[in-house]
Structure formats: structure tokens, C-alpha cells
Design a protein around this ligand. Structure first.
Ligand code: SF4
Length: 332
């Protein structure tokens, strides 16, 4: 999976780091002082992730938990994200990370205990609900069989009754979660699109049916589920495609365990839009007019995206999903 593995000197005695090296069967990693002196220092084209991907095992310094932007999650508490990794093994054509970092190399942070301490400190007000999202700069579960942080997160969030954790993924890598007893405040959330969209815009991600099977398995075991229909991309027949998707979803999910469905249209920062056009000039989602919107991101014009979102919301409600569980992601 990785050409070179680099490890920070300070992580050599870290059990989680050792475990990663063992699982990857890398006995001779390159020892470095600090990943920041290497990762992101030299421009490495995004598409090199296909055949030249390096891994850095590191400690996250500075701010480990950050406040999430407005309209990031359900409107019932404070939202934060924490940084457990940079970059991802999948290759989604619309991924904003291609314009965010100068390199597709992966960094795995192993100092989860520091992240946990930050999270506990933030949850000081017992009357407030605090949401923590993993997966802002990576997929939360794609590498969890190597990184092994899931048991720690269950241990951390079990007693934190006023906190909720969202593990957001496009993977079907749920083995580690299935080993845990379900907790009301740990939600595994899946990003889904119609299979025809997935086929054209994502590489190496599991198919829609594989993700739906993972949802069913977790749901059968009583784990809370979140769904992100995001990014929604306009096509002539998107309504029919989302009707089919909504129906399939209902067949795979115990609706009592569904916590929310977020819906959001495809969007880019200026830098990622530039990179997307460069890396995937034939992408069908570039065919529609997009412009800079309220938060500086590039999207479909407002009337068009509001129409798309209302259509998808309507489809979900008509399929039987409760209206109060559907929210619009990252909209004004
Ligand atoms: S799964 Fe998420 S982080 Fe990974 S490539 Fe796709 S959009 Fe990017």
C-alpha cells in the first residue's frame, strides 16, 4: 500500500505506532524528527497517490480539536472535528483535499490520548451537547483495521454522556465497530451517492451495495447510523436515481437507529476547483455552471442548488424518512 514509511522519533515507543508497523509488515521505517519537515514541503501531484504513496506516522501537535464551520451538523449543539489523519487511500474526483494539501501522502497521528484529553476538556458544560466529527481530513474508518483506534474511542465516549462522536466514512470497514457494544452517542455515518455517480467520480471506494450491506450489518447489531447524501451532483435523471437510493436505504436500515440524513450539493474551495479541473478535466460534474457563493466556495447557483436540495429532501420524506432527521449541509 505504501512505498516508504516514515516515523517520527518520538513515536518509536508508541504501541499504536508499533502496531501499525507490524500490520504493514514494515520493519525498517525511515526515522525522522518531525513529519512537518517532509510532508507537504515539496509539491507532489495528487494523482501520484495511484502508484507512489508514502506514509508518515506522527504525533499531532498544536490544536487537535477544532470548531466546525456553521451548518456542519444537526442544529443541536456545538460541533467540533478532530484531526487523526491527513489524506486518504481513496480517490474521489471531487475531494477537496487535492487542493488543501500539496501532497497526497498519508499522515497517521497516533497520540489519541492527547486528542481524548482535549475532547474531555471541551465537554465541561453538562447541559450542552458537544459533537465531535472524525474524518475532516481523511476517511474515519478506511484504515481503522491498521490504526486500531476504535476501542479507545468507545472507551473515551462511553462515559461522556453529553458528547457525541461521528465516524464518517465511505468505506465498509466496520469490523472494529462490530466488536464493540453499541453506544447511543457513537454514530457511524456513511456518505452515499447513486451507484452511477460513484462509478464516475470515485476510485477504490466500496460500491454502493457494499456500503449498504455494511449499514445493514451495523443496524442489525444496534449501532446508530448517520447518512450523508453528499455530494449531490446534478444530472438529467438525478431525481429517479435518488428515489431508488432512498428506497434501497430504507431496506437496509432500521429507521429507529437512523440519527440523521444530511444532504449537500457538490462544492469546492477555489484551490480544489482548480485542481479538480486539472486532474479530472472530463468530469461530468464540471459541465454545469458553478459560481462563488456566500462562503467563498464554488457551487451551483443558489436557485439551482436550493431546487436540487428540496427535490432530494422531498424524495426522502416521501420514502418515509422523518422530516426532522433531514438537514442541509453547509448551506446558508
Ligand atoms: S473518501 Fe473523502 S477523504 Fe477520501 S478521497 Fe474521498 S472525499 Fe477525499
Amino acid at each position: 500500500m505504501f512505498n516508504q514509511v516514515f516515523i517520527e522519533k518520538s513515536c518509536l515507543s508508541n504501541l499504536r505506532a508499533q502496531n501499525i508497523l507490524n500490520k504493514l509488515n514494515k520493519k525498517d521505517p525511515i526515522i525522522i524528527d518531525d513529519h512537518e519537515s517532509f510532508f507537504n514541503k515539496v509539491k507532489k501531484p495528487y494523482l501520484q497517490k495511484r502508484d507512489n504513496l508514502n506514509l508518515f506516522i506522527a504525533e499531532k501537535k498544536g490544536r487537535l480539536v477544532k470548531e466546525a464551520p456553521d451548518a456542519y451538523g444537526l442544529d443541536n449543539g456545538k460541533h467540533y472535528y478532530f484531526i487523526h489523519a491527513y489524506n486518504c487511500i481513496y480517490e474521489c474526483h471531487y475531494c477537496y483535499l487535492q487542493g488543501y494539501f500539496h501532497s497526497p501522502d498519508i499522515v497517521l497521528f497516533v497520540n489519541y490520548e492527547d486528542i481524548g484529553m482535549n475532547i474531555k476538556e471541551l465537554c465541561h458544560n453538562k447541559n450542552e451537547t458537544y459533537w465531535f466529527h472524525a474524518g475532516e481530513f481523511s476517511d474515519s474508518l478506511a484504515l481503522s483495521h491498521i490504526t486500531d483506534e476504535i476501542p479507545y474511542l468507545y472507551e473515551l465516549f462511553g462515559p461522556l454522556k453529553n458528547a457525541k462522536l461521528e465516524l464518517r466514512t465511505k468505506s465498509a470497514n466496520i469490523k472494529a465497530i462490530l466488536k464493540q457494544s453499541p453506544l447511543e452517542n457513537i454514530i457511524t455515518s456513511f456518505s452515499l451517492s447513486p451507484q452511477s455517480h460513484l462509478k464516475q467520480t470515485e476510485e477504490k471506494t466500496p460500491s454502493l451495495s457494499t456500503r449498504l450491506k455494511a449499514i445493514k450489518k451495523l443496524s442489525d447489531h444496534g449501532h446508530p447510523i448517520g447518512i450523508h447524501l453528499d455530494p449531490i451532483i446534478f444530472t438529467e435523471n438525478f431525481k429517479q436515481e435518488y428515489e431508488i437510493l432512498a428506497k434501497e436505504l430504507l431496506e437496509h436500515l432500521d429507521s429507529k437507529l437512523l440519527q440523521y440524513i444530511s444532504i449537500g450539493v457538490v462544492r469546492f474551495s477555489k484551490e480544489s476547483f482548480y485542481q479538480v479541473k486539472k486532474n479530472y478535466p472530463q468530469s461530468f460534474f464540471l459541465a454545469e455552471n458553478m459560481n462563488t457563493s456566500f462562503d467563498g466556495k464554488i457551487r451551483y447557483p443558489r436557485p439551482m442548488r436550493m431546487w436540487i436540495l428540496s427535490q432530494v429532501k422531498q424524495i426522502l420524506i416521501q420514502a418515509g424518512f422523518p422530516v426532522e432527521k433531514v438537514y442541509l449541509c453547509m448551506e446558508d
